[in-house]
Design a binder for this molecule. Structure first.
Ligand code: HEC
Length: 133
């Protein structure tokens, strides 16, 4: 028997498992949050509206101030200069895997950027778009 085979198979299985667990996480968290937003009065979600909100500028502020213009690249905090890891789940597998974290930052960042809370519709649109990046 070839002793290398089992190790290779094992590594492959582990890699596949890791990938599918990760994908399920983003999908699950996104799905759960979208349902929550819908039950708070949002209608059908639109990724293109979410993208528009992401790039929209209000009083010189936009989500891209800190997250950069490319969701696959790192950003840097407008005020502190601290590096912010890429926002897209494809470039950064930790993104959108923690419901509490997503809610917390939507709250803070909408306030900072737009000067108000995002509506359930806006959060759902943006989340949907981000989850596809
Ligand atoms: C003033 C800087 C700043 C701006 C502007 C900003 N963010 Fe953020 N955002 C952060 C920081 C800091 C974090 C947390 C650190 C991290 O996750 O890397 C974060 C994290 C997030 C997360 C959590 C993602 C996750 O699962 O890890 C979401 C969602 C988010 N931001 C959405 C937005 C949206 C939507 C806008 C525009 C309305 C926006 N942000 C604008 C600084 C900013």
């Amino acid at each position: 028997m070839n002793p290398i085979m089992p190790a290779t198979c094992w590594a492959l299985a582990a890699a596949l498992l890791a990938t599918s667990v990760r994908a399920a996480d983003v999908a699950d968290v996104t799905q759960t949050l979208l349902q929550t937003f819908q039950s708070s009065g949002a209608g059908a979600f639109s990724a293109s509206d979410g993208k528009a909100l992401w790039f929209q500028e209000a009083n010189g502020r936009s989500c891209t101030n800190c997250h950069s213009k490319d969701v696959n690249s790192s950003g840097s905090h407008q005020r502190t200069g601290k590096v912010i890891e890429p926002m897209s789940p494809s470039a950064n597998p930790r993104r959108l895997t923690d419901q509490k974290k997503v809610n917390k930052w939507f709250k803070r960042n909408c306030k900072w950027t737009l000067g108000r809370d995002c509506t359930a519709q806006e959060k759902g649109d943006t989340l949907l778009w981000l989850s596809q990046q």
